[in-house]
Design a binder for this molecule. Structure first.
Ligand SMILES: Nc1nc2c(ncn2[C@@H]2O[C@H](COP(=O)(O)OP(=O)(O)OP(=O)(O)O)[C@@H](O)[C@H]2O)c(=O)[nH]1
Ligand SMILES: Nc1ncnc2c1ncn2[C@@H]1O[C@H](COP(=O)(O)OP(=O)(O)OP(=O)(O)O)[C@@H](O)[C@H]1O
Length: 208
């Protein structure tokens, strides 16, 4: 094992555990026949080149990475509706297996780029051979529309290094507006959609 593998092992452990736990919330809703505020969950350990680049940009010393880089362990929880995000944040805050230590509401305070999401930083205990250790993890909570926009923008940002040609910049702004309007429209017909989903789930279980 090299130094990076040793350093990242506890983050991998935290992500594996948290993915199971957060996906478990959706399963509980399903078991109770309730519509879930969580559509799906993803998680990743930050790639090593990305850790190095961010540390260099921010002037973070390598022995301070665990305290100062919050997103080495990162999770995303995708929701259908904007209102589901508040429900998910409350669920996270009420849990006893980790502590929410910071919140960033980029839905109320949309970023200049057009980025919207709700971020929480959690302090999660893992058990190791040397005892308990706390790992910071970033959980991004967003709608499917917010996720679509952010995923595309992230890919383009990588290609253009954040310095977009005006045409692309303009398109991204329009796409952010469209994603916002999609969320608004879906919220308007939320109850209708939820009833249709419940009907569909019931029909499917009758067929089984
Ligand atoms: N696609 C996309 N993702 C973003 C944007 N801003 C933030 N994010 C995501 O949110 C994470 C944390 O962002 P911030 O809360 O601004 O944290 P930060 O570490 O202070 O700032 P950065 O990582 O430089 O964005 C980033 O690592 C991205 O995954 C954005 O404009 N576009
Ligand atoms: N909290 C998260 N949960 C799940 N996936 C994430 C999370 N944060 C980033 N990712 C994804 O992980 C991959 C690598 O992301 P990376 O950490 O290099 O980018 P970033 O989030 O833009 O970070 P930076 O803050 O360094 O700009 C990308 O596909 C990104 O979308």
């Amino acid at each position: 094992m090299n130094q990076w593998d040793i350093f990242l092992a506890p983050y991998k452990q935290a992500i594996d555990e948290l993915k199971i736990k957060l996906k478990g919330i959706r399963k509980q809703y399903e078991r109770e026949g309730k519509s879930s505020p969580i559509e799906f969950v993803t998680g990743r350990v930050k790639p090593i080149p990305s850790i190095i680049e961010k540390a260099n940009q921010r002037g973070i010393q390598f022995d301070k990475l665990s305290e100062e880089m919050y997103d080495i362990a990162g999770l995303r929880m995708m929701c259908q509706f904007v209102d589901d995000i508040d429900i998910v944040v409350e669920l996270l805050k009420n849990r006893k297996d980790f502590e929410v230590v910071e919140e960033r509401d980029y839905i109320k305070d949309t970023k200049e780029s057009g980025y919207r999401s709700y971020h929480v930083i959690v302090k999660y205990p893992i058990e190791t051979l040397d005892g308990q250790r706390f790992i910071l993890a970033e959980i991004q909570i967003r709608t499917l529309a917010m996720n679509f926009w952010a995923t595309i923008e992230h890919t383009l940002r990588y290609k253009y290094d954040g310095d977009y040609p005006p045409e692309i910049q303009h398109r991204l702004e329009r796409a952010a507006e469209a994603a916002y309007l999609l969320d608004e429209e879906m919220s308007e017909i939320r109850e209708e959609i939820k009833e249709a989903q419940k009907y569909y789930t019931e029909q499917r279980s009758e067929l089984r």
